[in-house]
Design a protein around this ligand. Sequence first.
Ligand code: TMP
Ligand code: ZN
Length: 398
Amino acid sequence: MSHCRVCSSPLQEFFDFGEQPLSAAFTEPGDRREQFRFRLAVGACPDCSMVQLMEDVPRSRAVHEGYPYHSSQSRVMRAHFEETARGFLARELTGDDPFMVEIGCNDGVTLATVAGAGVRQLAFEPSGQGGTRVHRAFFDAVSAREVRESEGPADVVYAANTVCDVPDVAELFAGADALLAPDGVLVFEDPYFGEIIERTSFDQIYDEHVFFFTAHSVRAMAERFGFELVGVERLPVHGGQIRYTLARAGRRRPAGAVAELLAEEVASGLLEAATRERFAAAVGAIREDLPALLRKLAEEGHRVVAYGATAKSSTVTNFCGLGPELVPFICDSTPAKHGKLAPGSGIPVRPSAAFSDPYPEYALLFAWNHAEEIMAKEEEFRARGGKWILYVPEVRVV
Ligand code: TMP
Ligand code: ZN
């Protein structure tokens, strides 16, 4: 029996993707060693409503093996993080000698912008990469206290695509409590469970995403650790995220948007088991339809390749049973992935240049969260008659 990582109640499982490899476990061709696998399944907590993975993935295995996330590779993401920094500078970093901390700094775009405005900043980043000033440690109570002692209290502790990866929420909140000023805020943005349900974006579910937040579950989690949900903001990036702002309990008046989102979640049935059952049925349909479409295209002699060796695509290929016979290669802009085989599926990864050499007839868009940017960049593919294959919210060719 798996238990809620926030409140310890037994979880109610609602989807099982079966045995899956780690999403970052790209292998060398010819490596015949058996890959580590774990059961990828999701459940919801009946008490605090937190949606989460049923199984823990051993932490040492989950650490990235050399595929750091480079937000600056995407023009849209770079603009997003610059704007994020400007928002903090305008609203939170306005006192005397303000101080901002980021947990896991992506590739440092946010903090570089903050530093550029002359504001003190520091990243907690165990890999030591990315930020201009880096504290080489995971964010926890001990490391947060160290920084508090040497740097003083923080006005903002910010994390993008990080809090949903951290199974030990008690440590996270202990760290925030140790480091934040009395009126400081803990701000984090992660995939929104409401969007996952709305888009049937089941590929947001993989080893590194432990939690799938809603306003309800974040509010409950905050309250448990002496904080309060005082702000929510919808973000268009990565297929629909929410930025949550938490303050120490009673220190700030919650924005109207919090009550609005809470009401919307109730009205849409987001927290109900029937909604999760409908999601399960829709995912089952994609699992049938995607391989069926690819088999049909292969039988008709069409050339199909995939675009973006994303972490998400590991769930798609392994759950839908896609291998090199249906998808001969994935092109990707990350040099460290080139020449390797995608986890589990064994599909080779090739440089972006392989996409146009020559263009395929169909491109399966694994990086659908960057669809607008990629489709604009690959205009020539479409101009020559190429078609994109999308699989969320359902399988279709555009
Ligand atoms: P992400 O969904 O975590 O941002 O991962 C995106 C992956 O897709 C990463 O391996 C890089 C790749 N990618 C491209 O190959 N071309 C692109 O234009 C973009 C935006 C991403
Ligand atoms: Zn719970």
